[in-house]
Design a protein around this ligand. Structure first.
Ligand code: ASP
Length: 356
């Protein structure tokens, strides 16, 4: 053999081996479906320093292309489920998203799901999915506080971290998760806590579940409440959800907002009461009347953390009121909306509120 061929042959063999090993590595990457719904993470502004921008402008393929580093950690595909700001999201949209996610997780070729979503009502969609996606596969919600065009935009890193989290074996079976700003939260307790800061999310009762730093996942906590795989709520057959209104308590409150909710057809009222879910006697009388008309009444609190306790200063048993435990008013509304598809019986509703 011509000796000068040796180095070329060695180079060729080396290249083949390298290509094969890259292929093998790619084969080991988790398959993550990115389901886009809009929000600031899909926003575009006129300049890097203006606070104003148009949300929900960037489509899912562009979102993925904008973070090419994702292909190093996952095999991703995209689906545009909605293209809206999350302040426009309705309970019917929760059903649309829930059904799309259920279809994705039922696919053997999908290891995890990332949902891009506006941050305003992300916590509500997250908890809805937490209650209605019967799967152990990671489902992660992500968004951003600044559009991609802004100086120091946070969306690209948040998306990269969300994909890493959705592909992490330790994220399986933890219920629906949410990540922004390197922090991981469980869907049940997480809440938006600042109108503009990228570190907006917090979990006032439970604390964060862990962190994702440049794609490195560390989870410390598991959710204690029932969720996902154990949840009793099935949405496949549902086309709409019952009307549940939230009313906010304050000093000098009166009965007219409760009356308006009942007149407009609410099947449930979540009352964000003062202190331990308390209210003015006029409100109490209006809520008692609502109960006579079979409207479900859940006492929550405007306080922001802690449990609302049964029969403390309010005689819940007498009226058939239910307490929200430590759910925020907006989370209590999500749960009541689903619970009312099964029952309106106060004792059973109370069981549901202590379980989920
Ligand atoms: N208003 C936007 C939304 O919720 C805010 C955001 O995404 O951060 O869609």
């Amino acid at each position: 053999m011509n000796v000068s061929l040796f180095p070329r042959l060695a180079l060729f063999t080396g290249c083949v081996a390298l290509v094969l090993s890259i292929d093998a590595l790619a084969a080991d990457l988790p398959s993550i479906k990115i389901m886009a719904t809009g929000g600031t993470i899909a926003g575009r502004g006129a300049s890097a320093t203006e606070a104003g921008y148009e949300a929900s402008e960037v489509a899912v393929d562009e979102l993925i292309q904008n973070v090419p580093e994702i292909s190093d950690i996952a095999d991703v595909s995209g689906e545009q489920v909605l293209q809206t700001s999350s302040q426009h999201i309705t309970p019917e949209d929760w059903l649309t998203i829930g059904k799309a996610v259920n279809q994705a997780v039922a696919d053997d070729g999908v290891d995890g799901v990332v949902i891009t979503h506006g941050t305003d009502t992300m916590e509500e969609t997250a908890y809805f999915l937490h209650l209605t996606v019967p799967s152990d596969k990671p489902v992660v919600l992500v968004g951003s506080m600044r559009p991609g065009t802004a100086m120091s935009a946070d969306g690209a890193m948040n998306l990269f971290n969300a994909v890493a989290l959705a592909g992490a074996p330790e994220a399986r079976g933890k219920g629906v998760l949410l990540t922004l700003n390197e922090t991981v939260f469980g869907a049940r307790d997480v809440t938006k806590g600042n109108t503009t800061n990228p570190a907006t999310f917090e979990a006032r009762n439970a604390g964060p579940m862990g962190s994702v730093f440049f794609g490195e996942v560390n989870l410390y906590e598991a959710p204690i409440q029932a969720h996902t795989a154990e949840s009793e709520f099935k949405i496949d057959e549902l086309e709409s959800l019952p009307q549940v209104d939230i009313l906010y308590g304050y000093a000098g409150d009166s009965s007219h907002l409760v009356e308006a909710a009942v007149t407009s057809g609410a099947e449930g009222i979540v009352f964000a009461g003062v202190g331990n879910g308390n209210f003015h006697p006029e409100v109490e009388a209006a809520l008692a009347k609502a109960r006579e008309e079979e409207v479900a009444v859940v006492r929550s609190a405007r306080v922001g953390s802690g449990h609302v306790t049964l029969d403390a200063e309010v005689d819940d048993e007498k009226y058939g009121f239910v307490v929200a435990d430590d759910l925020s008013p907006q989370k209590a509304r999500v749960l009541l909306t689903l619970a009312l598809t099964e029952t309106s019986e106060p004792a059973r509703l109370q069981e549901i509120f202590f379980k989920y």
